[in-house]
Design a protein. Structure first.
Length: 719
C-alpha cells in the first residue's frame, strides 16, 4: 500500500497589520468607526476589558478625546461615545444638507460633474444606512435639485437626451452625468476655470479683511473729540483742580491716558518747568527752569497749513530736559465720513442642549473662508477638527489656524438654515462699528438683520464669499437723507455705504530717539528696593479689593466669612445632570477597588465630621443659581502619605457653555516667594506654625454656598 503526500510550493504572503480605525469626533464618521471597531476589538473575546480600553483610547483623536476620563472603563467610555455621537437626527440632517447645498456648476467641467454625482450618491448611501429608503417622491425631489445645479450647457445636453414628457428617473440622470463627465475627460475638454484663491509663496490661501483704524477716546473732561490738553474747560481749572481731576478719573499724570497709570507710562516726556515725571499742566509753583527748543516746529506754521487744507495733520516736536529729541503727530479726518459694514444677527446650533445661541456676524464677500472666534466656538461645544491653516490679511500678516468646525446657522424665524465650515481664530476684528453713526435723518426699515448695526459690538463670526451671494437678495432700500443703502438678505436688511460720523477719526503717533538716564536709574531702584510702594491696581483688582472690604465679616469665634466676587453669574447654566453622571462613573471604579473606596468614604466622612460641608435638606427652596462641583479621586497606592486625593472641579462647563470659574474674578496674584522670603529676613524675630487645612478655615457666606454644591453618596446603591 502506497501513500502519496503532496506539498505546495506557493509562498506564504505576509499581509500588513490592520491599523486601528481612528475617530476624530465627526458625526458622519461614527457609524463607520463603530462598525470597524466592533468587528476588530469589541467582538474579540480574547481581549480583556483593560486591553479594549487601551485600544479605544488609542483610536480617539481631536474633539473625541475630550470624553476620556481616568475613571472610565471600556464599557462606560464606549457608551459615552455612543450617547454623544450616535445622533440619527443630526446625521440625517447632515446628509440632507449635503444634497441641498451642493454647489451650482457655472461652466461645463468633468471634475465638477464627477463631484456632483459623487456627493449625491454618497448622501443617498448614507441615508440608506440610516434606514431611509429611496422612493418615487424622494427621487423626484433629488432629481429637480440636481437639475437646478447643472450649468447651462450640461442642462441643454440633458434636455436633448429626453425623448418624452414623462418624469425621468434619478438613476438615468446620474448615469447621463457620469457618461458626460467621461466624454469630457476623453476629449480633454475641461472647460471649468475656477477662480483661484490668492496664494502666498508657500501656497497658503490669504484672506483679506480691511477696516479703518481705531479712533481716540473722547476728552475725559467734556466728552468731545479732542485731547484733554486742548480742552478749554480743563485749561480753566487751577493746577490743584487739574491734579484732583486726573487722579479722580484715573488718568496717567504724565500723558493723560486712561489706559495706564504713570508708573507704567512709556512716554519719555517730562515736565518742561521742573524736569520731573509729570505733565507740565500739572506743575505746581516752584523753581522753574526754562529751556530752549531749537528743534520745535512752529505751531503757527502748522496752523496756517491747516487753513489751506482742512484735513491736514498737526505736527509737534518736543525736546526733553536732556535734549533728547521726541516727535509727536496728530491727524484728524474732518470729513466725518465712515463706512458702514454689513453686520447681521445669526442663531447657531448649541451642542450642549440642542438650542440656538445668538451671534453677531459680518458678511464679507472679500473673504475666502468662514471664520468664528475661539470664544464663541467654546460656548457652542461643537466638536473641532485639527487643521493647519494660515489666514493672511493686509500686509501679509499671518494668523495660524489650528482647528475648524462645522456649525448649523439659521435666521431668527428659522426659514433659512444651512451648515458652514468655520475656521476657529482667536479674534476676527475689533468692535464694530468703531465710531458712532449719525442716524437722526435716516429712514430705517423694520426688518433689520442687525438692529444694533450703529452700536459698537463684538463680532463672533464672519461669513465669506462662499455663502455671501446665496444670502443676499435683490431688493434694496435707499435712505436719501443719510446716504445709507439697506440690502435685503435672508437674515433681514443689512446697512452699508459711507455715512456721517458723530466722532471724527483721529490718528496719533509718538517717536522718541533716546531713553532718559533718569528713567533708567528710577527703574534700577524700583527693582532693587525691598520695601517697594504699593503696586497700581487694575480696575478688576480694585473691584475685588473693594468687594472684600465691604462684604467680609467674622463670626463669634473669629473665623472669617467672605463672599467670592462674581460677574454675570445669572448666565450660569444647569450642572446637576453632569455631576450625577460623573458620580456614577466614580462609583463604578470604586466598586472594583476596595482600598480606594474605603479611602474615599473616609475622606468624605471627614468633611462631614469637621463641618466643612452640610446637607441640603430642602433643594427646591434654595437659590435658583446653583453649581454642582464635579469631583473624582486620584489614587496613588505607592504613596506613603496621601494615597487618595479627591479633586473638586469648578471648570466643568454647564448647559450654557460656561463654568463657575468663568464667572469668578481672579483678584490679585500672590506675591513671588522670593519677595516674601526677602521681606521675612528683615525682621529681628519671627515665628512659624502649621495651620491644618488652612483654606477650609475661611467660611463662605451662606448666600453663596449654593454655588459650591456637590453630589455625594456613601454607597453605590443610593441616589
Amino acid at each position: 500500500m502506497q501513500s502519496t503526500v503532496s506539498f505546495s510550493n506557493t509562498p506564504t504572503i505576509k499581509l500588513p497589520e490592520i491599523p486601528l480605525p481612528k475617530f476624530s469626533g465627526r458625526y458622519e464618521e461614527w457609524n463607520n468607526f463603530k462598525l470597524q471597531f466592533n468587528n476588530l476589538i469589541t467582538s474579540n473575546s480574547q481581549l480583556s476589558q483593560e486591553q479594549k480600553l487601551h485600544y479605544i483610547n488609542s483610536s480617539l483623536t481631536g474633539p473625541a478625546m475630550d470624553l476620556q476620563s481616568i475613571d472610565d472603563t471600556f464599557d462606560s467610555l464606549f457608551k459615552a461615545l455612543t450617547d454623544r455621537f450616535e445622533n440619527k437626527r443630526l446625521l440625517v440632517e447632515l446628509h440632507i444638507n449635503e444634497i441641498l447645498e451642493v454647489g451650482k456648476l457655472t461652466t461645463e467641467s468633468a471634475k465638477d460633474l464627477r463631484n456632483l454625482t459623487d456627493n449625491i450618491k454618497k448622501s443617498i448611501r448614507g441615508l440608506k444606512v440610516l434606514e431611509y429608503i429611496r422612493n418615487n417622491l424622494s427621487d423626484v425631489l433629488i432629481l429637480n435639485i440636481v437639475i437646478s445645479k447643472l450649468d447651462k450647457q450640461s442642462r441643454q445636453y440633458y434636455e436633448s437626451s429626453l425623448s418624452s414628457n414623462e418624469v425621468p428617473k434619478l438613476d438615468n440622470l446620474i448615469s447621463f452625468l457620469e457618461k458626460r463627465a467621461q466624454i469630457l475627460e476623453n476629449i480633454n475638454k475641461n472647460a471649468a476655470v475656477k477662480p483661484k484663491p490668492f496664494l502666498d509663496r508657500y501656497g497658503k490661501p490669504k484672506t483679506f479683511f480691511v477696516k479703518p483704524n481705531k479712533v481716540e477716546r473722547p476728552c475725559a473732561m467734556c466728552k468731545f473729540n479732542h485731547p484733554i490738553f486742548k480742552c478749554e474747560a480743563f485749561m480753566k481749572l487751577t493746577v490743584d483742580q487739574r491734579n484732583q481731576f486726573a487722579i479722580r478719573n484715573k488718568l496717567c499724570l504724565n500723558c493723560f491716558s486712561d489706559q495706564h497709570f504713570i508708573k507704567f507710562c512709556n512716554s519719555k516726556s517730562t515736565c518742561k518747568e521742573c524736569g520731573c515725571r509729570h505733565n507740565t499742566l500739572l506743575h505746581r509753583n516752584g523753581n522753574t527752569v526754562h529751556r530752549n527748543l531749537p528743534n520745535a516746529v512752529s505751531i503757527e506754521k502748522a496752523a496756517s497749513s491747516q487753513e489751506l487744507n482742512p484735513n491736514a495733520c498737526e505736527f509737534r516736536s518736543n525736546v526733553s530736559p536732556q535734549d533728547n529729541i521726541g516727535h509727536s503727530f496728530s491727524c484728524i479726518d474732518k470729513t466725518n465720513k465712515c463706512t458702514v459694514l454689513t453686520t447681521i444677527k445669526v442663531w447657531v446650533l448649541n451642542n450642549f442642549n440642542g438650542s440656538f445661541l445668538q451671534a453677531r456676524g459680518i458678511l464679507d464677500s472679500g473673504s475666502g473662508q468662514d471664520l468664528m472666534t475661539a470664544d464663541f466656538a467654546n460656548r457652542l461645544g461643537l466638536p473641532q477638527e485639527k487643521t493647519n491653516f494660515a489666514v493672511s490679511g493686509l500686509g501679509g500678516k499671518e494668523t495660524k489656524v489650528k482647528s475648524r468646525l462645522r456649525a448649523t446657522i439659521q435666521n431668527g424665524s428659522g426659514s433659512y438654515r444651512t451648515s458652514l465650515d468655520f475656521l476657529v481664530v482667536p479674534k476676527i476684528t475689533d468692535f464694530l462699528p468703531i465710531v458712532t453713526y449719525n442716524l437722526e435723518n435716516a429712514t430705517i426699515p423694520d426688518n433689520l438683520a442687525d438692529p444694533q448695526f450703529a452700536t459698537p459690538g463684538k463680532i463672533d463670526i464672519l461669513i465669506g464669499a462662499q455663502s455671501f451671494f446665496g444670502i443676499i437678495k435683490n431688493d434694496q432700500i435707499r435712505s436719501p437723507n443719510s446716504g445709507l443703502v439697506f440690502r435685503n438678505t435672508v437674515f433681514g436688511y443689512v446697512a452699508s455705504a459711507a455715512v456721517n460720523s458723530t466722532t471724527p477719526a483721529q490718528y496719533c503717533g509718538f517717536i522718541s530717539q533716546v531713553q532718559s538716564i533718569d528713567d533708567c536709574l528710577r527703574k534700577f531702584w524700583e527693582v532693587e528696593t525691598i520695601n517697594e510702594p504699593t503696586k497700581m491696581l487694575s480696575e478688576e483688582e480694585e473691584f475685588c479689593e473693594h468687594h472684600y472690604k465691604t462684604t467680609h465679616k467674622r463670626d463669634e469665634t473669629g473665623r472669617y466669612i467672605v463672599q467670592t466676587p462674581v460677574k454675570d453669574i445669572k448666565k450660569l447654566g444647569e450642572s446637576k445632570t453632569m455631576a450625577i453622571k460623573r458620580l456614577d462613573q466614580l462609583w463604578k471604579r470604586l466598586s472594583r477597588d476596595e482600598a480606594m473606596k474605603n479611602l474615599y468614604q473616609d475622606f468624605m466622612q471627614e468633611y462631614l465630621d469637621l463641618n466643612h460641608m452640610e446637607k441640603v435638606n430642602d433643594v427646591k427652596s434654595a437659590s435658583p443659581l446653583c453649581y454642582y462641583l464635579l469631583h473624582h479621586g486620584v489614587f496613588r497606592p505607592e504613596k506613603t502619605t496621601t494615597k487618595l486625593r479627591v479633586v473638586f472641579n469648578a471648570s466643568s462647563p454647564t448647559t450654557s457653555g460656561s463654568s463657575l470659574n468663568d464667572h469668578l474674578l481672579k483678584g490679585l496674584v500672590k506675591e513671588d516667594i522670593f519677595e516674601i522670603m526677602t521681606r521675612f529676613r528683615k525682621h529681628k524675630f519671627a515665628f512659624t506654625t502649621d495651620i491644618q487645612k488652612i483654606y477650609r478655615q475661611i467660611l463662605i457666606d451662606p448666600a453663596q454656598r449654593d454655588l459650591l454644591r456637590i453630589i455625594w453618596k456613601d454607597r453605590e446603591d443610593v441616589l
